[in-house]
Design a protein around this ligand. Structure first.
Ligand SMILES: [Zn+2]
Length: 202
């Protein structure tokens, strides 16, 4: 498995694969490995709590209890599969597959993965963008420009819109806050966070 980054919508089912018997390596950058070692057991813990709550309800309805998708312990075990790789280094995954992780600028450790595959005497290159960051963002590097690919598998969440300049964004944000305060309202800000537990935000 080639993991682009730690966000749970990308990594969250790795322990489930482990439960189902997957025992091959999971390649990821060091930061992604470190983040997953916190986030996956935490996710397992959430699975256990949620299923317990569901099962209490099922029991009242006379139904059988369900197992969690995976437990914190399963997640802990799945961490053995993680193999850390460095940015910009060629890594030979097997005799026919070589990969290279490049900074995607999306979150700590995030990567755009180049994959070279030899098949039937021919080499082709596949690029998996993972989630792509923005240029000129504080704390994060700008995404690496990849020069070529035979096949490109690409994130397209914001593919249909142009990003605003950062100064424009800040002004717009402040305008919204001022307007809302003036009108006696509340500002609710949805935000992506990498969570350790309910009290600690990384
Ligand atoms: Zn992401």
């Amino acid at each position: 498995m080639l993991l682009t980054h730690a966000h749970i919508d990308h990594s969250g089912r790795i322990p489930k694969l482990y439960v189902e018997g997957y025992r091959k390596p999971v390649y990821a950058t060091k930061a992604t490995c470190d983040l997953c070692s916190i986030m996956l057991p935490d996710s397992g813990h959430i699975q256990e709590m949620e299923v317990e709550w569901k099962n209490r309800k099922r029991k009242r309805e006379g139904k059988m209890g369900l197992p969690p998708l995976y437990t914190a312990e399963d997640a802990e075990k799945s961490l053995e599969l993680f193999k850390s790789v460095k940015y910009n280094e060629l890594v030979q995954v097997d005799e026919n597959i070589t990969v290279r992780y490049n900074d995607a600028g999306h979150m700590l450790g995030s990567a755009i993965i180049e994959v070279w595959v030899n098949e039937d005497g021919k080499q082709e290159k596949i690029v998996f963008s993972g989630d792509i960051g923005n240029n000129d963002i504080p704390l994060l590097a700008s995404p690496t420009m990849i020069e070529s690919a035979d096949y490109l598998v690409m994130e397209s969440t914001y593919g249909n819109r142009l990003h605003m300049r950062n100064d424009d964004k800040a002004t717009m944000f402040l305008d919204i806050v001022y307007d809302t305060i003036k009108n006696g309202g509340n500002v609710v800000i949805p935000s992506f966070a990498v969570r350790k537990n309910t009290r600690d935000i990384i």
